[in-house]
Write a protein that binds this ligand. Structure first.
Ligand code: BTN
Length: 252
């Protein structure tokens, strides 16, 4: 791997990712904020904001996302999908990460609905798409992706639920190369947005289909997913519930 101090820099990123439009920062509040600003200012689809450290990283459901310096990837990609394809954006993010970690040598990455990428039941990556509208018209989406590369969670509340790529692989990786591979997979799936292939690939990587789950205080069996990404949960009385957002856990 490269020297950790020079692994990510404006120069290395510009060179490696050319001709993509990119902006790199050592430290930001949230790459999603900067990508949303750039999107409003006319950034092209595929433009990426990358930071070494986030101090106010955002997660799903109003949570914070931990991106200390030198140990993770925080990237937000500007996309300009049709409104009808919005539900597939979060599938795209999770799939791109799954492909990237699989290509680096992790054979058992899966997606915990809707878009947490997990290895051995621990979360290695999170995806946060945020859309910008002008009235009824969709201007675009900032697809935020956070990947733990060598984050030390020891002593943190996340210690037993989070994972990092390097300890899982048992070897060092270069964050710039992981980033380049990830953006290539984002491009790949973005070119297939709206396709059955994208939905099928996302569905095939979901880890909990057919299992007993609890989600939003609802207990039942994760029976299926709908094309809009909703999780369909069958309760013990036979009722079928559509769940659009939430945290799913194993067991009832
Ligand atoms: C989750 O809760 O699982 C989603 C986490 C998303 C984190 C990424 S890191 C890059 C981008 N910037 C943010 O503030 N959040 C996303």
């Amino acid at each position: 791997m490269g020297d950790r101090m020079t692994e990510l820099s404006a120069e290395t990123i510009q060179q490696r990712l050319a001709p993509r439009a990119v902006r790199y920062y050592d430290r930001v509040d949230s790459t999603n904020d900067l990508a949303l600003d750039w999107l409003r200012a006319g950034a092209p689809a595929g433009a990426a904001v990358i930071a070494d450290e986030q101090v106010k990283g955002r997660g799903r459901l109003g949570r914070t996302w931990h991106t200390p310096p030198g140990v993770a990837l925080a990237v937000s990609v500007v996309l300009r999908p049709e409104p009808a394809h919005l539900p597939q954006i979060m599938m795209l993010g999770a799939l791109a990460i799954c492909d990237t970690v699989a290509a680096s040598g992790v054979s058992n990455a899966g997606i915990k609905w809707p878009n947490d990428v997990q290895v051995n039941g621990r979360k290695i990556c999170g995806v946060l798409p945020e859309a910008v509208w002008d009235g009824d018209s969709l201007l675009g989406v900032a697809l935020g992706i956070g990947l733990n590369v060598r984050v030390n969670f020891a002593g943190m509340t996340l210690e037993h639920t989070a994972a990092s790529l390097e300890p899982v692989l048992g070897r060092a990786v270069n964050r710039l190369e992981v980033l380049a591979a990830l953006l290539e997979r984002v491009d790949f799936w973005y070119a297939r947005l709206g396709s059955a292939a994208l939905f099928d690939a996302w569905k095939s990587r979901l880890t909990m289909l057919g299992q007993a789950v609890t989600v939003n205080d609802l207990h039942g069996r994760a029976e299926a997913v709908a094309v809009d990404g909703a999780l369909l949960v069958r309760d013990s009385a036979g009722g079928l519930h559509r769940v659009l957002a939430g945290d799913v856990a194993s067991g009832t």
